[in-house]
Design a protein around this ligand. Sequence first.
Ligand code: GAP
Length: 508
Amino acid sequence: MSTPNAVPDNLMEAIVSLAKRRGFVFPSSEIYGGLNGFFDYGPLGVELKKNIRDAWWRDMVQRRDDVVGIETSIIMHPKVWQASGHVEGFTDPLVDCKVSKQRYRADQLFFAPVVVDGNTVGYVSALESEKTVEELQAAAELFKRKKGIQGQLAPVQPRDMTESKPEEVALIPSPATGEPGSLTPPRAFNMMFETYVGALRDASSVSYLRPETAQGMFVDFKNVVDTGRVKLPFGIAQIGKSFRNEITPRNFIFRSREFEQMEMEYFIHEDADWSKCHVEWIEWCRQWLLSIGLPESHLSLYAHPQEKLAFYSKGTVDIMFRYPFGVQELWGIAARGNYDLGQHAKASGKPQEIFDEASKKKFVPHVIEPAVGVDRIFLAVLCAAYAEENVTDDKGAVEKRTVLRLSPRIAPVKVAVLPLLKNKEALVGRARELYKKLQRRYAAFYDDGGAIGRRYRRQDEIGTPWCVTIDFETIEKDGTFTLRERDSMQQRRIGEAELFAMLEEQIF
Ligand code: GAP
């Protein structure tokens, strides 16, 4: 018996701890104290990440007739990033605290005037969180009390630092020191990592680690059209690493400085109904997230307000996920018009048009761009899958079980094979034989160490959907073994053919 799906209050802490303990994710360069915003994926993490990538590639590229894949270099000609606008404008607003030397993203640093009886008597600040408004209100009350100010305190009206007036900046306290006077006005901070290509280190050799994979699809557009036998509408997809010198990497792997993207540029006729296509891709992406086990209850859509879109953008909708630290962007689906191809045509002097047989017209196609981060999906999957339960055994003893309810599609280990006893040759021999057979097709695991209940728990904790136990019935009777199901913990007898048929059905 178990209590259903209990999620601990400190879910993020529990996930970070499990990720480290069971070899999913480690801090990068940990023996040297780690490097903020960089992570390593351990033996189980690398399998889970690969399964996410593989599922996306199969569904996005291999199972579609209208999408092809490419892999472009991480370092591209610097002119790519000038034409795309990244050199000029790929910035986040930065605020420094001159005293503590802390740096903040201005749009994540909130402040509010403390207004008593209609007069502003000071300012309070807080970093963005689920509770920003409550924190600012509490800070305003404390400010009023400490200063001994009498009168009616108005509810706080939070703004972020990008909305601060020049005369307000000196009055807003730094979150690090609690005192005003040390924050700088917001300034643009370019997030691209610079490097040098070749033996010379001067302005002529400056290049960049790509901040997105998308530009690879644009600059190779003509190559794909000329060689790929593609017809509008069609997509070019890519999976690969991207790099951003984020001012405040945070929330574990949610916002890091090196991460992996899965992006697709879907090129459409200039006269096509872009809005219909946009909506179709939003729904495709949503359905795909459901197919890898994310619950519908955690997903929502956010349409960017028209006034905040880039001038060329027709619309952007984000699929949001309810992480433990708040509802945040998981997957952005943007209608980008023909801005990118147009920019590269202008900058390179090479036309980026396509001749459309159907309309007998030459034009620069428009594009719908679904862009998602593998690491963000990885984290979403862990957050949705993690549960702690109290389990009562046959003897009435209660124990805690930690379980990752991962979809079989992406679970790092699909099936574990466990001989009931490790000192009985016949059991071990049959278990090893089945394990070897399973291993040819699936990520399987062999474990003969410790009590069987313990071994089940170890598999529960890493999300293995099924355990197969080879017992005396297997070798003395009909050859069937015990199949133990992770989520229900139910057990039943199953034969080899049935086991393989079930795995084939469930792992697609
Ligand atoms: N080509 C469009 C583009 O790159 P974006 O919204 O900046 O758009 C797309 O990034 C996706 O990449 C995001 O929705 C997110 O899933 C992921 N992503 C962006 N920055 C990230 C970061 N610093 N760490 C982890 N994932 C990130």
